[in-house]
Write a protein of this length. Structure first.
Ligand SMILES: Cc1cc2nc3c(=O)[nH]c(=O)nc-3n(C[C@H](O)[C@H](O)[C@H](O)COP(=O)(O)OP(=O)(O)OC[C@H]3O[C@@H](n4cnc5c(N)ncnc54)[C@H](O)[C@@H]3O)c2cc1C
Length: 373
């Protein structure tokens, strides 16, 4: 039996970021079922940071994460976490009204975004088809993220503060005995007064194990393909996103990374790409751009897990003292990780929102599990 102050189930970016910040206040044990942290969703992302991405409860978390990602604390990482790229949202003639509405909403948050016509959009990414792209919106702040560096930085920091990362440690039983959450795993039994559920796609399973009602988390599968570079390829192209979120593509290590932006409901599993989704990705991208595809160089799929209102669930379960939900990061868990970690720290240790979010129109209630109870 091993005791600590904070016990966290799941060592993806969520568990790692919460553990990093909580390890400043007490002992932390991070329990991970797999033999290496990051095997599931965290290791399968498209790795970009876009303040425009996500709804009104996501954007503040992303924007407030920017300073940490741009200038992490000393010793966090040997290399930069972010690399400038820019995002280009594109629209066909029939999508221009959607593009204009998005531009108007975004300009309030990001004055630097610029609305442009078709030729200007094509100048930023010349493989875009003249007969397809009628307009664009450029978001300069969008960047590539070094996901591994962010994840490892959190894990390293946690260990430097005396925290432990325990792999091959699937939580198989969770009970609350004498005020302590007691978690049995193949790597030992752990106890703590505070238990964080950071189990990603398995969040509801972990709640059930603890005898609690699920909140209705839904994992949605998303597919990525890596394609050979087309003629005229430049590594400096922006990430190009369909304004209706039906596809995106971007340069990645000299290749094209592309997705059909699929959201297929799935059980919590080790997600694998389906041939149909790969074909849809290629078809949609070829309608918009001259990217010949002779073969697919690599492919994978991952689960983006959402709550019923697509806002993360962060907070204590109302009738289970010490059980803290930290799930539902959806498609934004990397770009929001620093502020999500701070949010968990601040709610658990101080019972309030972190000051970095003071200027934003968000409250603890926006994220609390109470909204599903
Ligand atoms: C294709 C794709 C593209 C994406 N692109 C982006 C992007 O560009 N930018 C961005 O910010 N986000 C992106 N995301 C989303 C981002 O990857 C996720 O929001 C984030 O990784 C979720 O992290 P997590 O820690 O909650 O989940 P996970 O990384 O899945 O971690 C959960 C962990 O919990 C463990 N676990 C579960 N049950 C148990 C148990 N009983 N005991 C012990 N351990 C357990 C699992 O093994 C797993 O390792 C993308 C996701 C996908 C799939």
């Amino acid at each position: 039996m091993q005791d600590c102050d904070f016990l966290i189930i799941g060592a993806g970016i969520a568990g790692a970021s919460a553990g990093y910040f909580l390890s400043r206040h007490g002992s932390v044990a991070l329990l991970e079922r797999e033999s290496a942290p990051g095997y599931h969703t965290t290791g399968r992302s498209a790795a970009f940071y876009a303040p425009s991405y996500g709804g009104p409860n996501i954007r503040p978390l992303t924007i407030a994460s920017g300073p940490f990602l741009r200038q992490p604390p000393d010793g966090f990482s040997d290399s930069p976490l972010m690399h400038e790229r820019g995002a280009l949202y594109i629209a066909r003639q029939d999508q221009l009204a959607t593009l204009d509405a998005f531009a108007a909403a975004l300009q309030v948050l990001e004055p630097d975004v610029s609305r442009m016509d078709g030729p200007a959009a094509r100048a930023l990414c010349p493989v875009l088809r003249e007969d397809y792209v009628a307009g664009g919106l450029f978001e300069p702040e969008c960047s590539d993220l070094d996901v591994n560096a962010v994840h490892q930085g959190f894990l390293r920091g946690l260990k430097q503060h005396g925290g432990r990362v325990v792999t091959d440690a699937a939580a198989s039983s969770i009970t609350r005995i004498d005020g302590l959450w007691t978690v049995e795993t193949p790597s030992g039994t752990w106890r703590a007064p505070v238990l964080l559920n950071a189990a990603g796609a398995w969040a509801d399973d972990v709640a059930r194990l603890a005898g609690l009602a699920p909140v209705g988390m839904q994992p949605l599968r998303r597919t990525i393909v890596i394609l050979p570079p087309p003629p005229g390829f430049a590594p400096t192209w922006p990430v190009v996103l369909d304004i209706d979120d039906h596809f995106y593509f971007k340069p990645e290590s000299g290749r094209i990374l592309a997705s059909p932006a699929d959201e297929t409901p799935s059980d919590p599993v080790d997600a694998q790409p389906e041939e149909l989704d790969i074909a849809i990705a290629i078809d949609r991208i070829q309608q918009a751009a001259d990217i010949p595809v002779r073969h697919v160089e690599n492919k994978w799929a991952g689960l983006r897990t959402f709550s019923p209102d697509r806002t993360p669930v962060v907070g204590f379960e109302p009738d289970a003292p010490g059980f803290f939900w930290f799930v539902g990061q959806g498609g934004y868990g990397i770009q929001t990780a620093p502020m999500m970690g701070r949010l968990a720290e601040s709610l658990i240790v101080a019972g309030r929102m972190p000051e970095e979010l003071d200027g934003f129109d968000v409250a603890a209630a926006s994220y609390a599990p109470d909204r599903f109870r």
